[in-house]
Design a protein around this ligand. Structure first.
Ligand code: HEM
Length: 168
């Protein structure tokens, strides 16, 4: 039997995901522990390291999002999902895969915006080197919201990936 060919570069996980889908799927497993380490550093009062880690995470996430968006816009992902019992090409947005994607986007889009706002406000309002101060209450509130949103983005992303590109 001929192997199924899909648009774009195939991923490396052995499922139907494209290269960038697989990269982002795996990257989220690294992002969550790194976020936990970053918050642990705050608790140990290593605010400088928290800042560096958050900025590094932000840059990595931006690069991942841009390359991922290029991949997903250029190469129709629905062809990779056709083999899934949870996908229907005629009901792209109302089949389980489509609903899972909408829920995922409801997390992913606000997370990206929140991430940028929290970072820019922290850079503007904390002294250098960073120390708790007048910006602390706002940063803690929006920072925790960004962390929770990021966890939701990862979880809903993994569910979408499973339904669309793993399930047979
Ligand atoms: C999206 C990026 C960021 C997120 C999600 C984030 C998240 C957090 C969270 C959740 C806390 C509270 C921890 C606790 O409950 O004690 C915190 C604290 C803190 N963050 Fe961030 N942070 C980010 C970026 C930054 C940046 C860029 C700086 C420095 C310019 C910074 C400086 C601090 C400081 C100094 C604290 C200590 C808490 C205080 O002000 O009393 N953070 N951050």
């Amino acid at each position: 039997m001929l192997a199924q060919t899909y648009p774009g570069i195939d991923g490396f996980l052995g499922f139907r995901g494209s290269l960038m889908l697989d990269v982002v799927f795996l990257a989220m497993f690294a992002v969550l522990p790194l976020l936990a380490i970053s918050i642990y550093l705050v608790k140990r009062r290593r605010f400088d390291l928290h800042k560096k880690l958050q900025l590094a995470l932000g840059i990595l996430l931006m690069i991942a999002i841009v390359t991922f968006e290029i991949d997903i816009r250029l190469n129709d992902w629905t062809q990779r999902a056709i083999a899934s019992p949870y996908f229907s090409a005629d009901a792209k947005w109302s089949c389980p895969v489509g609903v899972a994607l909408i829920i995922h986007l409801l997390f992913a889009v606000p997370t990206t915006l929140l991430w940028i706002v929290v970072t820019v406000r922290a850079l503007r309002n904390y002294p250098r080197p960073p120390q708790p101060g007048t910006h602390s209450a706002a940063h803690k509130f929006w920072g925790w919201l960004a962390v929770i949103e990021m966890c939701g983005t990862a979880l809903t992303g993994w569910i979408f990936y499973y339904l669309a590109f793993i399930a047979t």
